[in-house]
Write a new protein. Structure first.
Lengths: 228, 231
């Protein structure tokens, strides 16, 4: 059985989204030009936007089903989300940001696991700082850590490197490659080279529709066409 | 000359108690209403918003009179509360606190509402994806980030409550030791021959309390503000 299966429709003003795809796990790239509906789609998976119609299933849990009137609230989905701008809580220290998901999900403290994630992302030395004092790269690494430490069933990444300059991107990519084995991911980007390094399968979105699915070879065909 | 008489002390003490109780009791209602007005769309929202602001624009005597006919001993709400809960407002200091709270309410709600509206909702979304339900999102993200607005609202409400005169004197009269606040006492002293000295002393006290409240509020707001940026 597929890990994530999604068949949704949503109308937002003039924009109509009608997408259907399934993924087997690993890192699924959601690829497409700006305005193709990528962020809308991951927001639906996270439970931040409700589709007009359709179904979303993660493993054996139905997260959304308009026919059966099922709509699991975002805070009950246990889906980690790394946003483009990090969205760290500015009033909390890095340590409190990292611990937030564990506290809200009511999980037991796991010192060894926390230690491991801190090492993996190399953020142990930032714990006492405020998010306002972090560099862009540090901020995104803390955002990865915060999402991972809630032990999510799926990790959504929405253009996690888009706000960073080229050297910062190169700094973060190795960490992302290490995360690949931690948890299944849906990775949104309009930047093909970045996706090629970490994606295991690709869903190509074009104007609210799935234009192609497959392995990373989809990126080559699409990149020449999309990015010119 | 600057020594307060026991009666004047009673008025000062009563004023502080009434203003503090009014602000503290109004706060939870103010927070809930500010959140509702800032974050929700519902039928009758403009009407509710207008009602909250009414005490600001109505003559205070009108607000006091409306309180008298609804919360007085024979008013529908007043009679209900007295019969079922033993809470009596008319001619009691609790009534003064009620009228002060009502008069200060719009000043409490407005800064909190503006502060909540200024918070990036995306942070609240992020909290939801991390497992926080609506209540915890409010408690751990919205409220701390709106804290400078909450403090500003509380200070304005406290200041208004401290200086309230028209609605209070209409609703619960001017009874020394029970409903006679600093403002009412100053008014009373100016009406009797030789009362100038006592009125002057209370004026100085009123200035001192107001100034102290503003300085404390400024300090608190600054501290809440820097916490987001400092180490």
């Amino acid at each position: 059985m597929s890990m994530l299966a999604l068949d949704v429709e949503k109308r937002l003003g003039d924009f109509a989204l009608a997408a259907r795809f399934e993924t087997a796990g690993g890192v699924t790239a959601l690829f497409g030009a700006s305005g193709a509906g990528k962020t809308t789609l991951v927001n639906m998976i996270a439970g931040l936007i409700a589709p007009d119609r359709g179904r979303i299933r993660l493993d054996d849990t139905v997260l959304f089903d308009s026919a059966a009137r099922i709509d699991v609230a975002a805070h009950r989905r246990r889906i980690g989300y790394v946003f483009q701008e990090g969205r760290l809580f500015p009033h909390l220290s890095v340590a409190a940001n990292l611990d937030y998901g564990r506290r809200m999900c009511g999980l037991a403290r796991d010192g060894a696991e926390t230690e491991r994630i801190l090492d993996l992302l190399d953020i142990g030395h930032l714990l006492d700082r405020r998010p306002g004092k972090l560099s862009g790269g540090e901020r995104q690494r803390v955002a990865f850590g915060r999402a991972l430490l809630m032990r999510p069933r799926l990790l959504l990444l929405d253009e996690p490197l888009a706000s960073l300059d080229a050297p910062r991107k190169r700094e973060i990519l190795p960490y992302l490659e290490k995360l690949r084995d931690e948890v299944p991911m849906v990775y949104v980007s309009h930047h093909a080279p970045e996706l090629k390094r970490i994606a295991t399968s690709v869903v190509l979105l074009d104007a609210g529709r799935v234009a192609a699915t497959g392995g990373i070879e989809v990126l080559d065909a699409a990149a020449t066409e999309l990015m010119g | 000359m600057l020594e307060l008489s026991p009666d004047e002390w009673v008025a000062v003490h009563l004023s502080l108690r009434i203003a503090l109780v009014a602000t503290a009791v109004a706060l939870p209602f103010g927070l809930a209403l500010a959140w509702l007005l800032a974050r929700k769309q519902f039928w009758g929202k403009a009407l509710l918003d207008g009602l909250v602001h009414m005490p600001l624009v109505l003559p205070p005597v009108v607000t006091g009179y409306l309180l008298l006919i609804s919360f007085g001993r024979r008013g529908p709400i007043g009679a209900f509360l007295a019969d079922h809960f033993g809470i009596v407002f008319s001619f009691r200091w609790t009534g003064a606190a009620l009228s002060c709270g009502v008069m200060g309410f719009p000043l409490l709600v407005r800064p909190i509402r503006l502060a909540i509206e200024a918070i990036d909702r995306k942070l609240e979304d992020a909290a939801a994806t991390l497992g926080a339900d609506r209540f915890w999102v409010f408690l751990t993200v919205t409220l701390p980030l709106a804290m400078p607005g909450v403090i500003a609202g509380m200070v304005l409400c406290f200041a208004k409550a401290l200086g309230e005169f028209g609605a209070t004197i209409t609703f619960v009269s001017n009874i020394p030791g029970e409903t006679q606040t600093i403002s009412a006492a100053i008014y009373a002293f100016t009406q009797i021959p030789g009362g100038d000295a006592a009125a002057g002393r209370l004026v100085l006290v009123a200035i001192a309390i107001s100034l102290a409240a503003l300085i404390v509020a400024e300090w608190l707001a600054r501290r809440a503000g820097t916490r987001f940026h400092g180490e």
